[in-house]
Ligand binder design. Structure first.
Ligand SMILES: Cc1cc2nc3c(=O)[nH]c(=O)nc-3n(C[C@H](O)[C@H](O)[C@H](O)COP(=O)(O)OP(=O)(O)OC[C@H]3O[C@@H](n4cnc5c(N)ncnc54)[C@H](O)[C@@H]3O)c2cc1C
Length: 467
């Protein structure tokens, strides 16, 4: 009898499997496709491999600024794709090795829950077996949703991660949906040289991002060939003569339709139950996905769920932590899943990363005491000037007692820098404490130190406003 059968080998499932094995558990993991799931095969990793190619291309375009002459720097899409695929294969191979080293029994096939103590596995080679188990974790992930408009399912309209398979750089690209996935593709292809038009029905892009930051990003992306229409409604996509026409109106009702070689629809994701009959098993779900308690257990004792199948955060690192919480409880720990401090990153160029509340959310949460907001631009940071990447800023939001409420970074290496702010929030540090912390010089992290200092006083490397 296994301690746990985990269904789905994405970042929720395989991480839970490793943790369970580390805790001495007998674990089976069933994956019908490739280990690593969406994140490694179709999500985080391949998109960021493309972002890296875009960064190299952008740097190559500016190389003479650094005194380096490279004649004829250009993009070879076939090799960009090959590198992306190599990165994916290397990391998927790594997951395979890790699971093997920890003694996890990996099944390649489709799992179906027979009852809380038995999982049927239909292996990809046709054999069928039932595995007896003490517990089950459902980690079957999610899939992209399409738009319910005419033409959205026409051939050549790429839904979500399908945009990863583009084999030539389109002259004109239309992206419908300005969420994280849509904006990352827009940014990548803008830098690759496509003329990109993004349509978003909401008044702003990237809804969870601080508004000041997302507005700045729109301006910075415009320099990279990305045009954004917010408040836009897309009525349909028609195809003909190799081109696709996206019919759309902006907030004022003006026709903002475009013709494009490629249309990417990135309007969100939906929990995927992997063919498991939740109703027959009595597993509660809501509009978003499977419902779990704070210990990641579903309404059926012994059956847990983690990751995108919950339909809540759509983040790989959160999925992994949910998987860990689930297996720790299965293995006898008392572990409540904590969503208190979650760093988030959008890998546009430049990047955006944040943790905690936006300025608007902080204001709404602290109507009486008020909030403090401090900003520090990368143009005043020595390392950013050295790198030639001075776009963007750090923004710190705190309450009247100096408690950190949110930190937002738009600029170079925002994805790594945000972890100082996350660690500070995790440890309950104040802006005063963080402002007193010594930051190494010359680093981008000094911009954070300066922004913390600026909450109550003034950053050092900033002009006095006194005169
Ligand atoms: C283009 C894109 C970019 C992204 N970028 C980022 C990013 O930069 N950072 C970030 O944090 N997140 C990112 N995400 C989101 C992230 O990929 C997901 O949140 C994460 O992969 C969810 O992991 P999961 O394990 O819950 O599900 P999945 O990774 O989807 O894994 C579920 C697995 O279950 C398998 N499965 C389903 N049903 C069965 C069954 N019955 N039997 C056996 N196997 C089954 C599937 O084949 C799949 O492999 C991105 C997503 C996309 C699409």
């Amino acid at each position: 009898v296994f301690d746990s059968v985990i269904i789905g080998g994405g970042v929720a499932g395989y991480v839970a499997a490793i943790k369970g094995a580390q805790m001495g558990g007998k674990i089976a993991l069933v994956e019908k496709d490739r280990l690593g799931g969406t994140c490694l095969n179709r999500g985080c990793i391949p998109t960021k491999a493309l972002v890296r190619s875009a960064e190299v291309l952008e740097l190559a375009g500016k190389c003479s600024e650094f005194g380096v002459e490279i004649a004829g720097a250009s993009l070879d899409v076939t090799r960009v794709a090959a590198r992306k695929n190599r990165v994916v294969s290397q990391l998927v191979g790594g997951v395979q090795l890790l699971l093997k080293s920890w003694g996890v029994e990996v099944h390649t096939g489709v799992a179906r829950i027979l009852d809380p103590g038995r999982v049927e596995v239909r292996e990809n080679d046709g054999t069928v077996a039932a595995i007896e188990t003490r517990s089950i974790i459902i980690a079957t992930g999610s899939r992209p949703v399409n738009l319910p408009i005419p033409g959205a399912d026409s051939p050549g309209v790429l839904v979500g991660e399908a945009a990863l398979d583009i084999d030539k750089i389109p002259k004109r690209m239309a992206v419908i949906g300005a969420g994280v996935i849509g904006m990352e593709f827009a940014s990548i292809f803008g830098v690759f040289g496509s003329q990109v038009t993004v349509f978003e029905k909401l008044p702003g892009i990237l809804p969870p991002v601080d508004e000041e930051m997302s507005k700045r990003l729109v301006a910075l992306l415009a320099r990279r060939g990305v045009k954004v229409h917010t408040g836009a409604s897309v009525d349909g996509i028609s195809t003909g003569g190799g081109l696709k026409r996206v019919s759309a109106r902006d907030a004022a009702g003006n026709d903002v339709s475009v013709e494009a070689d490629t249309v990417v629809v990135a309007v969100g994701r939906r929990a995927d139950f992997g063919g498991i009959d939740l109703d027959a098993l009595g597993i509660e779900r809501d509009r978003k996905g499977i419902v779990v308690d704070s210990h990641m257990m579903t309404s059926v004792p012994g059956i847990y769920a983690a990751g995108d199948v919950l339909g809540r955060t759509w983040l790989a690192h959160v999925a992994s932590h949910e998987g860990i919480a689930a297996i720790r409880n299965i293995m006898g720990d008392d572990c409540e899943m904590s969503y208190g401090v979650i760093p988030s990153c959008v890998f546009t160029m430049p990047e955006i990363a944040w943790v905690g509340l936006t300025e608007k959310e902080a204001l709404a949460a602290a109507p009486t005491g008020g909030i403090d907001v401090s900003r520090f631009p990368f143009s005043a940071n020595g390392r950013a000037v050295i790198l030639g990447q001075t776009e963007g800023m750090v923004k710190v939001v705190s309450d009247s007692n100096g408690r950190l409420l949110g930190v937002h970074i738009l600029g170079p290496h925002a994805d790594d820098l945000i972890h100082e702010a996350a660690a500070a929030m995790h440890a309950g540090e104040t802006v005063k404490g963080m402002g007193e912390m010594i930051h190494a010089h010359p680093t981008l992290a000094e911009a954070l130190g300066e922004a913390f200092l600026g909450v109550r006083g003034s950053p050092i490397h900033f002009m006095s406003r006194r005169r």
